[in-house]
Design a protein around this ligand. Structure first.
Ligand SMILES: [Zn+2]
Length: 393
């Protein structure tokens, strides 16, 4: 069983667009009220009832809210309940250490609402167009770029830079296939985005870096504008347009690379990266690449996981410790062996290699017990098939 998300750009009518904005506004308000309640009133609630505020208690309050206010009742019930569900998830993720403290949702940034799968109908109109029935809003057309597989679990309608999209999460029940493709280790880095143990190097497209520097310039110009001015509104729109372009270009790159890797290899090993270490920013191009990548590793791993699963392959995580300081030939660990960012020269056996390729080979070895170098001194290595929770969030 695998999960897969399909994302399409919606083509709503003017009335539907207005309804989207209204739905997103009400759901955002419900979210912010529920968040505020957990943030400020949990102690009083605990004293009064002996229990913590939870999903069920907030849903009961939502029912009361819907009875009292027309503007809440006018939005389809599930959408408001899903906003409460989001608050619940956000706090769960926070308490589990997977995410930061939930912040309020903002207009223009978090414009979305969600349905559950069984309420949704999708119908094909012709070879290019399909329509989705969103309860309370009606049938909305979208350009059908690829067929949906499996059963629909969740449907999210969200706005990014003035365009409304629908994201359809499906569950596909399938028998695991046997994949006998070769194994590969992947080193993720900042100077070289991805280095494979085969010696290959895959970098972010240069266009992405160019758009990112344009976005930075636009952000600086925005900071100089007077609050509430017309010029500021224009600048804000151009920043969010560029941000959306970066997201689209990054997603495109992630899809192309993850498909290519999943097609060629049966088993992929990657490091269990510490997300905190990755978020620190550095100077120049490396800092730039890092900031572009920061929002991308989790999504890349998710894509690679489902693409491998579809083909019967696996993704394994190995501990990141010592992968860059270990010699892939003799297994000795020495900080001095890694002379620079690019080159590895073993002080014990004289082996020379590209530092990232050397690390990728070590990552591959870490994932397969039989190939693990004995006496390497890094103790028993546990390979896992789930990502670091901090990274998956
Ligand atoms: Zn060596």
């Amino acid at each position: 069983m695998i999960h897969r998300a399909y994302r399409y750009r919606l083509a709503p009518s003017e009335e539907q667009r207005a309804e989207f904005i209204r739905y997103a506004g009400v759901c955002r308000t419900v979210y912010n009220i529920a968040r505020e309640q957990r943030h400020c009133h949990w102690r009083q609630y605990l004293r009064a009832t002996g229990k913590h505020i939870n999903f069920a208690s907030q849903c009961a309050e939502l029912t009361a809210l819907r009875a009292d206010f027309d503007w809440v009742r006018s939005v389809y019930q599930t959408c408001t309940a899903q906003a409460i569900r989001d608050v619940d998830r956000a706090f769960r993720n926070f308490f589990a250490g997977r995410a930061g403290y939930p912040s309020p949702r903002r207009k223009g940034v978090n414009d979305s609402f969600r349905y559950i799968g069984r309420e949704i109908r999708v119908q094909r109109l012709n070879s290019k167009w399909s329509a989705i029935r969103l309860r309370g809003i009606g049938w909305v057309k979208f350009r059908d770029t690829r067929p949906i597989q499996g059963s629909i679990r969740e449907v999210t309608v969200a706005c990014a830079a003035g365009e409304w999209h629908v994201s359809i999460l499906c569950r596909i029940d399938c028998d695991p296939l046997a994949n006998h493709g070769p194994a590969v280790g992947i080193d993720r880095g900042v100077a070289n985005t991805l280095t494979l143990s085969t010696g290959e190097n895959i970098s972010l497209p240069t266009s992405l870096v160019a758009i990112d520097s344009r976005k930075r310039r636009a952000q600086r110009a925005l900071a100089r504008c007077k609050r509430g001015s017309r010029r500021r509104m224009k600048r804000l729109a151009s920043v969010s347009r560029l941000a959306a372009r970066i997201t689209a270009a990054r997603r495109d790159w992630q899809h192309r690379v993850s498909t290519d890797i999943a097609r060629r290899f049966g088993a992929v090993a990657m490091e269990d990266l510490n997300v905190k270490a990755m978020t620190a920013s550095g100077p120049g191009k490396r800092g730039l690449n890092r900031s572009i990548l920061n929002q991308g590793w989790g999504a890349f791993a998710t894509m690679l996981t489902y693409k491998l699963e579809e083909r019967g392959g696996t993704l394994v995580y190995v501990p990141a410790a010592y992968t860059s300081q270990t010699c892939s030939e003799c297994g000795s660990i020495d900080r001095e062996s890694r002379k620079s960012q690019a080159s590895f020269h073993c002080r014990h056996c004289g082996h020379r290699a590209h530092a990232d390729v050397n690390a990728a080979i070590n990552i591959l070895r870490g994932s397969t017990p039989a190939m693990r170098v004995e006496g390497a001194g890094c103790g028993p290595v546990e390979a896992r098939t789930t990502p670091n929770p901090a990274l998956a969030a």
